[in-house]
Design a protein around this ligand. Sequence first.
Ligand SMILES: Nc1ncnc2c1ncn2[C@@H]1O[C@H](COP(=O)(O)OP(=O)(O)OP(=O)(O)O)[C@@H](O)[C@H]1O
Length: 683
Amino acid sequence: MLASTGTAVTIQPASQTKMANLPKRPPVELAFRDLMYTVSEGRSKGPKTILKSVSGLIRPRELTAIMGPSGAGKSSLLNILTGYKTTGMSGSITVNGAERNLSHFRKQSCYIMQDNQLHANLTVLEAMRLAASLKLSKDHPDKPGIIRDILETLSLLEHENTMTSNLSGGQKKRLSIALELINNPPVMFFDEPTSGLDSSSCYQCIKLLKDLSRGGRTIVCTIHQPSARLFEMFDQLYTLAEGQCIYQGNTSQLVPWLSSRGLECPSYHNPASYIIEVSCGEYGENNVSALVTAIGNGQHDIREGKPWPEVKDNNQVAALQNGEKNGGQNSNFAKTTTNYLPKDSNLTANLQVVVQKDEETNGAPNVTASLLEPSMDSKEAGKRYATSEWHQFWIILQRALLFSRRDWVMSSPQIAFLFHHSINLFQTLMYLRLFAHILVGFLIGALYYDIGNEGSKVLSNLGFLFFNMLFLMYTSMTVTILSFPLEMPVLLKENFNRWYSLRSYYLAITISDIPFQAIFCILYVAIVYFCTSQPFEFFRFGMFLAACLMISFVAQSIGLVVGAAMNVQNGVFLAPVMSVPFLLFSGFFVSFDAIPIYLRWITYLSYIRYGFEGTALATYAFGREKLKCSQVHCHFKKPETTLEELDMLDADYRLDIIALVVIFIILRIAAFLFLRWKLKSNR
Ligand SMILES: Nc1ncnc2c1ncn2[C@@H]1O[C@H](COP(=O)(O)OP(=O)(O)OP(=O)(O)O)[C@@H](O)[C@H]1O
């Protein structure tokens, strides 16, 4: 294998490991027929048909490339085959001859998206261990053996202690593959696996995919325009143009087949570039429709050693176009064309042919051959996830706590790196949060120093109570709005590839930040409470702190709702704006009696009101003694006067806390529902 060290490129021998420890899985043959994919472009434009009745067959032990010009529908086809997109499609997809059961198929397959979506704050080995804990059953006998096998095969063993954020592009891609290989899915989909890689890393990557396919896996990837060297490495080529199939077959047969259709690929011309040029109409306008007809829109398959399909020169193209015009309704064209696929889709026979061919050409079976066996534990196959949701919750919680712990001990160059790359904002924000709570705490302490027991400064003290609410609300809310959406792409990938359920993830991720939020809040409250000389009574301090803690948890939950429902830009603007009514109706600016009756209901929704009332009651209620007065007359000398002015004489502290707990629970549930909706709507 090729590996780059600095600027020099060295050749390393391919690893001889057999990855024998991996769980055994049966091979999978994937066929699709008359696949249509339609999206809506709004009421004025109507539906747009992206895939137009395409068919095809993807075999195990083969590396299949989906190729085509930009906008041809490659990603759409891949998204449909993976099950990532399910709405707007029609047609049939079969797995080993039976209609695809999407739930089961998602456990058999993995989808490695273009951006690797890795957690930056883990080493390679930690990422592998976490993936193994989630993707293999709890009592699996040899997780370390599996991890070692995979890392060795993918030449990542020497980087096992490197942070994933420090890996090169090619190494990141290999790690993405390694993570998914842990449960040995028989089908692997890759969206543009070579994008962003230099030519030697592209070669390494495709070589790795080819090796994996030789283990019996079905490997499918979209690719833009591979070099001639890369092109030759693919076994099977599926080419799309304008949402239709213009070629399906061995890569070696492409040039002769095109030549038989009157399209001569010039000598020394890359066949991959040539077919893209043909697709773009550079050699004539009618070539695409002629090729679609000739290949039966993917129903035929040009295989070495097999006769080419007979091309009937009838009105098939016209029929196809009609189907398209009919707003994406299935045309009968595909059904009436001679269908070559069923004859070829004898899986066992196919596998034998390819194994034989491999052994003939290579002299010996490939190192990663015979990984897959046609057996699968039926108990395991029926389960949605490899581990229980409780176990998933525990692992994700540990991972989140590890991120936070790592952040505390992180060196300053690493922090600078995170700042520079805007990676893992959540971790970097930890320091800022701590800094902000202590700094603002002392600032407020200095500003309102020793006013808590002074009868002439009660109004300032109320201002202090209100500011506490404001500060705790904004710090807890914005930090979540900023950090939560950043987790989304990784969540999307891991949840889609069946690592864990959304429920376990959500529970773990929301619980993991509560201790930190609590510590920051306690620190802040302790500083301001004693600096401003609020009553030195333990029960009052406890009640004051409880109200402040609840406010910061509620505000954090609002951050979760906003973070789950919208992107960072909208969230950062909307959340503070939406908080304005709650601040206005908190009872600080206008007392309850002064609010018009038809607007009073808003005060019941204002969580700030409950927090403000809670801290005011903790400070002035429960039989507090008269305040000292340094002036001739202090109107607010008696604490009851303050409560009366605030309309809080009849207020109940317990009700305030109960209201905050109820709002907290409702918001947490709402955030989960938004997150679920967001994951679904992304697909
Ligand atoms: N949700 C959508 N709404 C409207 N048009 C869409 C939608 N999804 C895809 N398309 C259109 O469908 C066509 C195919 O898109 P797709 O992303 O599958 O192409 P592609 O072959 O993968 O392109 P590229 O190589 O540039 O990524 C494009 O013209 C695209 O604009």
